[in-house]
Write a protein that binds this ligand. Structure first.
Ligand SMILES: C[S@@+](CC[C@H](N)C(=O)[O-])C[C@H]1O[C@@H](n2cnc3c(N)ncnc32)[C@H](O)[C@@H]1O
Length: 322
């Protein structure tokens, strides 16, 4: 006889049905798991394991290597790494093993041109950049500008930004191709002579965090709430960051924003696309446990609401067709 699953939290019926249908044990949501569910860190591969003993000494705890996920270690849930030297110096990230598994499944190889369509705040983007090293290209897209800015900070903190471009854009309609930079530094972007002549005066220089007068003025307006741009409103992708080797320097805005045509896509599209669309946290054990205080009706409304999950499914489906 099948053993009955007895939940220790009053989970809504629809959620219990979902767990049952997917063969998931609802007891993992019991309030005691908060104290036992491990957290994970990822060690920057370029640093090797040299920092592990120092980190272990700082947190006074042994790190457990995750066998199936290179460079990942589990740590007990109560251990904080934010104040350690290894974290401050950008040698370790806090990153869930499940997130690492998603990136691993992409099977990225050096030289790939990778598109991360829902990139912010950027843990997976950083891992992708690490896997690519000094080859290929990485394009990060997110619809929320303030969240994408966090990606820029992460890429810079971990010195992973060289081959990367970041666009504020709607992933469901994003159609810019990767820039292919040959060893001699030439881009293979197909641009007409006319375009070049028109735009040579206004080409991208090396990226700097110092903003022009025009950009500062616009940011000020945004802060004053006159033109709130927190979430993308226009349809044109906005390039908010590009690395030195991203192929952007020397090109004009018009060249960068040339949308791909059918022919371009067949021979110059992306090798791998990651779509980590809004997850609503429905899988996170800790998040689900919080609904015990917030009220289980809220879980029904926020997570199980069919209309919302439909829009997520649509985003995934549109991106899959890219
Ligand atoms: C689960 S988070 C992504 C986490 C991220 N991949 C990481 O590893 O840190 C989902 C992201 O999707 C973005 N998003 C939602 N709808 C989008 C759309 N239509 N186009 C692009 N990004 C979108 C949200 O702004 C949010 O930052």
């Amino acid at each position: 006889m099948e053993e009955e699953i007895v939940p220790t939290l009053p989970l809504p019926e629809a959620f219990l049905n979902f767990l049952n249908e997917n063969g998931l044990d609802s007891s993992i949501y019991s309030s005691t798991t908060t104290n036992t569910t491990p957290r994970y860190i990822r060690v920057k591969p370029s640093e090797g394991e040299a920092h592990i003993p120092e980190l272990e000494a700082e947190i006074n705890c042994k790190l457990d290597k995750v066998d199936w996920l290179p460079n990942f270690y589990s740590i007990p849930p109560h251990i904080q790494i934010a104040s350690t030297n290894s974290y401050r110096q950008g040698n370790v990230y806090g990153m869930d093993a499940a997130s690492g598994a998603a990136v691993l499944a992409l099977n990225v190889v050096p030289g790939d041109h990778v598109l991360d369509l829902c990139a912010a705040p950027g843990a997976k983007l950083c891992m992708l950049a690490d896997l690519l090293g000094s080859s290929g290209s990485l394009t990060g897209v997110d619809i929320a500008k303030h969240r994408l800015a966090a990606c820029r900070t992460m890429l810079q903190k971990y010195s992973l930004s060289d081959h990367c471009r970041l666009f504020v854009a709607d992933g469901t309609s994003f159609s810019l191709v990767p820039l292919r930079v040959s060893e001699s530094g030439n881009k293979s972007l197909k641009s007409t002579d006319a375009l070049l002549c028109e735009d040579t005066m206004d080409t991208y220089k090396e990226w700097t965090s110092k903003r022009s007068w025009k950009e500062r003025k616009r940011a000020q307006k945004e802060r004053n709430g006159i033109t709130s741009q927190i979430v993308l409103k226009s349809h044109e992708p906005e390039l908010i960051f590009y690395g030195r080797q991203s192929g952007v320097v020397g090109l004009s805005k018009r060249e960068i924003l040339q949308a791909a045509s059918g022919n371009d896509l067949s021979d110059a599209g992306y090798d791998k696309v990651l779509v980590d669309a809004e997850c609503t946290h429905d899988g996170s054990i800790k998040h689900i446990q919080k609904f015990d205080q917030w009220g289980w009706k809220t879980l029904q409304r926020r997570v199980l609401d069919a209309e919302r999950t439909d829009t997520l499914a649509n985003l995934q489906a549109t991106s899959a067709s890219l």
